[in-house]
Unconditional design. Structure first.
Length: 297
């Protein structure tokens, strides 16, 4: 399989208000040979050989996100802090919601930091293909790089949010144990939670543009079904297996377990299986619809 990969810096491409990607296509960036049917081993080799494209999408989105902003990267913590403070008064004070033995502000802030990553990445991945019509129509490249690159920028926000957690832990004298070493695994779980539905909706969004109207509604439902401002310990034991079908429940509970020492999420294997099943469905759907992207866009 022939591949042409041009090494260009993100700074070499002018990014205007509308993000015109025509210049990228004209420069033949990351062009690959298109074939009607390609098996997964060849697809994986193709993705690995053109991995620079995913990082290009990620770097471009980062530049756009913080370009001409007043607070800049501070937005990474403003949103979860504000949400955690509101949750503190509503759930922590008024409803006296349990927080698994830690200060409620720590509990809620960790949950909102993780959820903010999922929500931003899931939304960006869902819109990643329709936002690049010129690139899709002019050249062929592994289309999966668009949603893959869309889930990377919010990792910066996640890291910044975790840094702010350090002074909170010091204030409440709640230092993590050896379990903090597992944090990258739970961060990977967050990535998969955002990537699977993001890839699925990115493919469907090409044919059905009303998907963008469904995403805010789906995100809101997903929010209530995830232990962000409340503890999963309030879920009755008989309902826990069904509750764990949402992989984000285990990802956030696991993140708290690693950072705050809360109980390890029970029935986590159900979340692992459901997450992998959703990812398999997303990839299968994406591959089936991929050949029609350039025609429909």
């Amino acid at each position: 399989m022939k591949q042409t990969v041009a090494s260009h810096s993100v700074d070499d491409i002018e990014i205007g208000p509308a993000v015109d990607l025509t210049s990228i296509a004209d420069n033949n960036l990351w062009v690959t040979n298109s074939s009607a049917k390609r098996r997964w081993p060849s697809r994986l080799r193709e993705l690995a050989a053109t991995k620079e494209l995913a990082f290009f999408f990620a770097a471009r989105d980062l530049k756009l996100r913080y370009r001409q902003t007043f607070f800049g990267v501070a937005w990474a913590v403003i949103q979860p802090v504000a949400q955690a403070v509101i949750a503190l008064f509503i759930f922590g004070r008024l409803l006296n919601a349990p927080s698994d033995g830690v200060a409620y502000i720590l509990f809620a802030y960790t949950g909102f930091v993780g959820w903010t990553y999922i929500q931003r990445s899931f939304t960006a991945a869902s819109d990643s293909l329709v936002a690049n019509p010129d690139l899709l129509a002019k050249i062929f490249f592994p289309r999966l790089h668009a949603p893959l690159g869309s889930v990377l920028p919010a990792l910066v926000d996640l890291a910044v949010g975790m840094v702010l957690l350090v002074p909170l832990l010091a204030y409440y004298d709640q230092w993590p144990s050896w379990r903090v070493l597992t944090t990258p695994l739970w961060a990977l779980a967050l990535v998969l939670c955002a990537l699977a539905p993001g890839v699925l909706l990115a493919a469907v969004n090409i044919n059905y543009r009303d998907v963008k109207h469904m995403i805010p509604f789906a995100s809101q439902l997903w929010f209530y079904l995830t232990p962000i401002a409340y503890s999963s310990t309030i879920v009755p034991e008989t309902w826990l297996p069904l509750y764990r079908l949402n992989p984000a429940t285990t990802a956030l509970d696991g993140l708290r377990w690693a950072l705050l020492g809360t109980p390890f999420p029970s029935y986590s294997w159900i979340s692992a299986l459901s997450g992998l099943a959703l990812l398999a469905l997303a990839l299968t759907t994406f591959v089936r619809l991929e050949k029609s992207f350039a025609d429909v866009i």
